[in-house]
Write a protein that binds this ligand. Structure first.
Ligand code: HEM
Length: 411
């Protein structure tokens, strides 16, 4: 960015722009240096990119998350609230991702309690799911790691946590693909229709599953939630349903991309891969470094609940703030040699899961899946390499997410 240039607009900060798609940091680096806090008038939001500012904002639990609290001018953030049915209570149509207190705490607390307890004993299940997909590609001379491994692993994992029956797994995978379109603020009418169909089907399915589990509880998250509800947790059926759906929307694509980006980075950095192979206990650090270096999610947002200042810049109550997690994670003021991929890196934590009371509820599950996936994949295929080392990576164009469309590999 030249000295006299204006900061990039929001579209230039998405992979729809080829420069950003090829290397987001070619755009984010100069932006963080030259205008770390600026207002994008078109999108109606402040764009914030320094680590310390981003961390302070996401950790500040007095700020709002619900886009409905944002001024009308905050068009990008309010786009996420467009589909809300005003005749229904907000909590029936909106997951915890967009709720503020007291509803956020009321709904998140029992969900987190149940999910964390499940994840704590889920490692053997993840290992089995991962072995299954590794068995399936054994013997193939080349295969697309995204389609054959990174995409199905998280879907099967969350299906098993929820308690989806085996015979409904194909339907479930299909709905999961549909509801993920809800993440795209620029989706077209056809994609919106696909998303709505999938969402209705999932709602009907969860309704039936909740009734089944109420009648005969099993060892799964749907049973946990209806049991907590019966025991006095103040949750409506709608609230349980929309938040179970949020686990798919929030969790599948992101974990897919964490695994895909991680495998690619390790193949491109043989020294780091050798360290991991020599000591699989480095898997946790390796996954944290993938999250920092090439995390799946670009941004999160908050709404100012008071007049405030960010990096010396005044932000008025109800104004929207978009924090660029990806830019913060490469801030040279915080990370030594930030563009170096180093799985034994020490120092401050990345902000890829956001922070404060909204910090990603799926983080323990995503970490578990990625750690097991990276270790088992390279154990099974120690010589795994890019099928065509000269080929340019094919990045998806979904705004605010970074992941590969395909990752052809040779074992
Ligand atoms: C590497 C994988 C993942 C990444 C990078 C990621 C990233 C994020 C981020 C940045 C937020 C917003 C946090 C904030 O605003 O402070 C978030 C929230 C959320 N994530 Fe994740 N996520 C991942 C995996 C998952 C998984 C596996 C699940 C479900 C099982 C999930 C479900 C959610 C939900 C429900 C929220 C809303 C939490 C709240 O607002 O209280 N995510 N995630």
């Amino acid at each position: 960015m030249a000295d006299d240039a204006s900061p990039p607009g929001m579209l230039q900060l998405t992979p729809l722009d080829p420069t950003y798609r090829a290397d987001p940091h070619a755009v984010l680096g100069p932006m963080r240096e030259q205008c770390p806090v600026h207002r994008d008038a078109m999108a109606g939001t402040f764009v914030i990119s320094r680590y310390e500012d981003v961390r302070a904002i996401v950790s500040d639990n007095s700020l709002w998350r619900d886009p409905m609290n944002a001024e009308e001018a905050a068009v990008m953030q309010r786009r996420f609230a467009d589909n809300a049915d005003p005749t229904l209570p907000r909590t029936s149509t909106t997951s915890i991702l967009m709720l503020d207190n007291p509803d956020h705490a009321r709904v998140r607390q029992p969900l987190a309690q149940a999910l964390y307890a499940r994840v704590a004993k889920f490692r053997p299940h993840v290992e089995r799911i991962i072995d299954h997909y590794l068995d399936a590609v054994a013997g193939e001379p080349t295969f697309d790691l995204m389609a054959k491994f990174c995409v199905p692993v998280p879907v099967d994992a969350i299906a098993e946590i929820l308690g989806v029956e085996h015979e409904r797994l194909d339907d479930f995978r299909d709905w999961s693909e549909g509801v993920i379109l809800g993440l795209n603020p620029f989706r077209n009418a056809e994609q919106t229709a696909h998303m709505e169909r999938a969402s209705l089907a999932l709602n009907a399915y969860f309704t039936a599953l909740m009734a089944d589990r109420r009648a005969a509880p099993r060892d799964d998250l749907v049973s946990d939630m209806v049991t907590l509800q019966a025991g006095g947790a103040p949750l409506s059926d709608d609230e349980i349903r929309i938040n179970l759906q949020a686990l798919l929307v929030g969790g599948n694509l992101t974990t897919t991309d964490l695994i895909g980006n991680g495998v690619r980075l390790l193949m491109l950095n043989p020294g780091e891969l050798a360290k991991l192979k020599a000591d699989p206990k480095l898997a946790a650090g390796a996954v944290e470094e993938v999250l920092r270096y090439e995390g799946p999610v670009d941004i999160t947002g908050r709404v100012a609940s008071r007049d405030m200042e960010v990096g010396g810049c005044p932000v008025g109550k109800t104004q929207s703030m978009t924090t660029f997690l990806r830019a913060a994670n490469r801030d040279p003021a915080v990370f030594d040699d930030p563009d170096r991929f180093d799985i034994t890196r020490k120092g401050k934590p990345h902000v890829s899961f956001g922070g404060g009371s909204h910090i990603c509820i799926g983080a323990p599950l995503a970490r578990l899946e990625a750690q097991v996936a990276l270790v088992k994949l390279f154990e099974r295929f120690p010589d795994l390499r890019l099928a065509d080392p000269e080929a340019e990576p094919v990045w998806r164009t979904l705004p605010f997410f970074r992941g590969l469309e395909t990752l052809p590999v040779a074992p």
